[in-house]
Design a protein around this ligand. Structure first.
Ligand SMILES: Cc1cc2nc3c(=O)[nH]c(=O)nc-3n(C[C@H](O)[C@H](O)[C@H](O)COP(=O)(O)O)c2cc1C
Length: 185
């Protein structure tokens, strides 16, 4: 199935995950196009992807997807896209974190869905959303955020769980979506 992986990344962790997902899907035999939403206009166009499978991911800043990814999510409609898969990259992933483990355990069930994911979910074509932990370097999180980061037991480094990312890719590849019956769009 033709697949487009689009992503928005501020400091590179989301980009690394998007590349890993694209490589995994390619290894599964799919033709895959990787688009950096923050790249030069020639790297991508703003038109909806159209048919096939769309994987869309963004870094989380202040609880939300980056604005360019949120805008893209708003352009995703049932008419323009087939299956949609979404991932968010934040301090606390489903299986790893760069905050303290107890803070992560407290946050996981209490963190609301980013607006953009709720928007995608409302289309009815979102197959799944997964949250991965990203990475943080000294200086990435300025001002007050740095103090909150320290209070939450944060430590600088890369918390990406590549096994979890690879297993999500397998889930995408294994997902069987019934073909629409005659007369359905
Ligand atoms: C300015 C800023 C704001 C952030 N806000 C949040 C947040 O609200 N919640 C969270 O879990 N992580 C937050 N993070 C952590 C990032 O989501 C994490 O570092 C992620 O790996 C960023 O992905 P990127 O490297 O692709 O930009 C923030 C990071 C920065 C730099």
């Amino acid at each position: 199935m033709r697949t487009v992986v689009v992503y928005a990344s501020a400091h590179g962790a989301t980009e690394g995950i998007a590349r890993r997902i694209a490589d995994g899907l390619r290894a599964g035999g799919d033709p895959v196009e990787l688009r950096d939403l923050g790249g030069a206009p020639s790297d991508h166009d703003d038109t909806p992807v159209g048919g096939g499978r769309l994987v869309i991911g963004s870094a989380i800043h202040n609880g939300q997807w980056l604005p360019i990814a949120e805008d893209f999510a708003k352009s995703v409609t049932t008419a323009s896209n087939g299956q949609v898969w979404a991932f968010s990259v934040s301090s606390v992933g489903a299986t790893s974190t760069f905050l303290s483990p107890w803070v992560a355990r407290w946050l996981r069930p209490r963190t609301p869905l980013p607006r953009a994911v709720a928007t995608l979910d409302a289309t009815g074509i979102l197959r799944a959303h997964r949250v991965f932990a990203g990475a943080i370097a000294k200086g990435d999180w300025p001002g007050l955020g740095r103090i909150v980061f320290r209070l939450m037991g944060g430590h600088y480094g890369d918390a990406r769980d590549w096994d979890d990312i690879d297993s999500w890719v397998r889930q995408i590849l294994d997902d069987e979506v019934p073909a629409p019956a005659d007369g359905e769009s």
